[in-house]
Ligand binder design. Structure first.
Ligand SMILES: Nc1ncnc2c1ncn2[C@@H]1O[C@H](COP(=O)(O)OP(=O)(O)OP(=O)(O)O)[C@@H](O)[C@H]1O
Ligand SMILES: [Mg+2]
Length: 300
């Protein structure tokens, strides 16, 4: 059974159709990257999953139960870290988790035990200072601890790494990766390298729809060829090749790039090079990246 199943979801704000017949299915114990440009509708979708925003059309099921706007039954399965989490700055992390546990009706002894475990997980176990003195990274890590307090099946994090430096981002990604044995993780981002680092699957949201979904490998294989590059040892060989084999871009004195050409064209180029005894340093296909694919899909 899917942990999250969204079918034919639509949502407009006035005339602005933000989500347009969106379908998405997420299975258990995986990390999903939810990618989309600013304003693509990532936060809107997450809020609908949480029952915090009314749905115009379609259905959302979490752990097999239908999400109903304004009711929080399905939220027992979900831990949520909003894009800008709010804290009571005068509290210590332990006090804050105690408050969250009390609100959600957990037993005092469970709160204590779970808080110790989670603060260790997020690297805040010996931090007794008040939250107003926390860095952004520390706040995000505390936010994840809060979201995991009730052992959710599904952890939803809205851009958990966006405001962080590389060290802070790595810490968050490591934490997300460490919980995936127990929890399904859905996190939104526009930082593609984060997705490449930890996600099992990705979904790309564009113009209200999921344009691409699949494993990183599947998604990358969808991309048209990125072409190939030849680096010559002598610039006059590059000059000659440029004339001989049309369609290249000149990158510098010795380097030619043949965009969107595949392996067959590269073999042809290699034959020409050997026939003419051009001397080369290297010839290689350009690797497909998520960034290239993203640009391709959004038509940039
Ligand atoms: N409450 C609202 N009322 C009107 N329009 C809204 C509301 N919430 C979001 N929108 C609009 O819906 C669109 C999607 O916004 P959303 O915040 O879901 O995007 P996002 O993908 O989370 O973007 P970002 O990466 O900037 O966080 C935007 O055009 C936004 O202006
Ligand atoms: Mg957002």
């Amino acid at each position: 059974m899917a942990m999250l199943e969204i079918s034919h979801l639509s949502k407009s704000f006035g005339q602005n159709k933000v989500i347009d017949d969106l379908n998405l299915s997420i299975s258990q114990h995986k990390i999903y990257g939810f990618i989309g440009q600013n304003g693509a509708g990532k936060t809107t979708t997450m809020k609908m999953i949480l029952g915090l925003l009314p749905i115009d059309h379609g259905d959302i099921y979490v752990n097999g139960k239908k999400v109903v706007y304004g009711q929080n039954e399905t939220n027992q399965y979900i831990g949520y870290l909003p894009d800008v989490p709010e804290f009571y700055g005068y509290m210590t992390p332990m006090e804050y988790l105690k408050l969250c546990g009390d609100i959600s009706g957990m037993k005092g002894s469970d709160i204590q035990e779970k808080s110790v475990e989670l603060l260790r997980l997020v690297g805040l176990e010996n931090v007794n200072k008040r939250i107003h003195g926390f860095s952004r990274g520390m706040k995000q890590r505390l936010g994840i601890a809060q979201a995991l307090l009730h052992n959710p099946e599904l952890l939803i994090c809205d851009e958990p790494t966006s405001a962080l430096d590389p060290v802070g981002r790595k810490e968050i990604l490591d934490i997300l990766q460490s919980v995936k044995g127990k929890t399904t993780v859905l996190f939104s981002t526009h930082i593609l390298s984060d997705v490449e680092r930890i996600c099992d699957e990705i979904a790309l949201l564009h113009e209200g729809k999921i344009k691409i979904q699949g494993t990183l490998e599947e998604v990358k294989s969808l991309q048209k060829s990125n072409g190939f590059e030849i680096d010559f040892l002598r610039s006059h060989d590059a000059d000659a090749m440029e004339k001989e084999y049309a369609g290249s871009q000149r990158l510098n004195a010795t380097r030619l790039y043949y965009p969107s050409q595949g392996e067959e064209e590269m073999l042809k180029a290699m034959n020409m090079i050997s026939q003419h005894h051009y001397r080369i340093q290297k010839i290689e296909m350009r690797e497909s990246t998520l960034e290239n694919l993203f640009m391709e899909v959004i038509g940039k």
